[in-house]
Design a protein around this ligand. Structure first.
Ligand code: KG4
Ligand code: ZN
Length: 333
């Protein structure tokens, strides 16, 4: 029996999870509300909120799983990528607990963990598969060969797609984080109402910085004629932006599937919660005979269950880290 406590603190969610063998026993997530008034995550406020949340969140996870600290075999934490101050809180907590209990420490890559969230529930993708990892800080196409063997074959050269959702939503006056709200409005709108340009980037890379400017200029222009343009067209503007972003993602996904000849396709990360992307992927699957893997909503956005899943495979592989390990804000695979 192997029981691991995992901590996630890379951005604005403080989370703790318990895994026993490969089964998640608890997954507690405390979302920080303090950033809403500032229109984005404020790093210093994030670390302070992690400090406040971490002890109660860990206690709640242990309680829900009905596990005592003495029963733990290892402590895992997100080493990166993420905000340095935020990562430091989780890393320091995990190190102290592992030291006090005299058990091993496991460092986890947050982006790898988003992908390994696919192994929490069934159906689990078979190797090799392609994963489109889309979050607030990253947009990556990953060739997944094995649990701990992954290769980035394409990524954004500027903004992440989650950033494009959040920033265009902000231009429209929607509060932070705008992604889920844009998704909500898009459901009632016409995706072809306002065509925005699709960026052309060579190979399997992406670019999402252009759409911000395109949306900004488009709205400035329309607002001159109709000061109520945004309020009157919120659903159509949202649907058009979302449609453009999804098409940019799908173009590269189709290209990657063709080039690698892989038809098992997964999505992961916060933006994989987007209902338009989930639906478009299902349609694509039917058309191209892909098998698609879409995580449960709770495992799309940041959570410690995915960190626990990654830690489970690292524990099995004997991959532990020393006590003097430091967080890596720009950690690669
Ligand atoms: O993976 P995640 O929770 O945190 C990072 O590691 O960045 O992703 C957060 C991102 C934010 O940009 C948020 O707006 C976006 O995921 N997001 C969505 C939706 N839910 C979360 N974007 C579009 N539609 C959604 N339903
Ligand atoms: Zn994430």
């Amino acid at each position: 029996m192997c029981t691991i406590l995992a901590i996630e603190s890379s951005c604005d969610e403080t989370s703790a999870a318990l895994i026993q063998n490969s089964k998640i026993l608890a997954n507690i997530v405390a979302t920080q509300q303090v950033h809403h008034q500032w229109g984005g995550v404020v790093p210093e406020l994030a670390s302070r909120a992690h400090q406040q949340h971490i002890v109660p969140v860990v206690h709640k996870a242990l309680q829900e799983a009905n596990i005592t600290k003495k029963e733990l075999q290892a402590v895992a934490f997100t080493r990166g990528p993420g905000l340095l101050g935020a990562l430091l809180v989780g890393a320091s907590f995990a190190k102290s607990l592992a030291l006090a209990l005299n058990i091993p420490l496991i460092d986890v890559n947050h982006m790898q963990a988003h992908i390994l969230a696919h192994f929490i529930d069934d159906p689990k993708p078979p190797f090799p598969f392609l994963c489109l990892t889309v979050s607030g800080g990253h947009t990556q196409l990953v060739l997944v060969q094995d649990y701990l063997k992954m290769e980035i074959i394409g990524e954004t050269i500027d903004d992440a797609v989650g950033e494009a959702f959040d920033k265009t939503a902000k231009i429209m006056g929607l509060p932070y984080p705008g992604g889920p709200l844009l998704d909500k409005w898009a459901k009632q709108g016409d995706p072809k109402a306002f065509p925005f340009p699709i960026s052309e980037v060579p190979g399997l890379n992406f670019s999402f910085s252009g759409i911000k400017t395109a949306v900004l200029y488009f709205l400035q222009d329309r607002l001159k004629q109709d000061p109520e343009f945004i309020q009157n067209n919120l659903a159509d503007i949202s649907a058009s932006i979302q449609h453009t972003l999804i098409e940019m993602l799908l173009r590269k996904l189709r290209k990657a599937a063709k080039e690698t000849n892989i038809s098992h396709i997964a999505i992961a990360g916060g933006v994989s919660a987007n209902s338009g992307l989930r639906e478009a992927l299902q349609q694509e699957a039917a058309k191209r005979k892909w098998q698609v893997y879409i995580p449960a909503l709770a495992y799309c956005t940041d959570n410690a269950a995915m960190i626990a899943m990654a830690a489970h495979y690292k524990y099995k592989a004997g991959e532990f880290c020393p006590q003097d390990v430091s967080p890596m804000p720009r950690m690669k695979f």
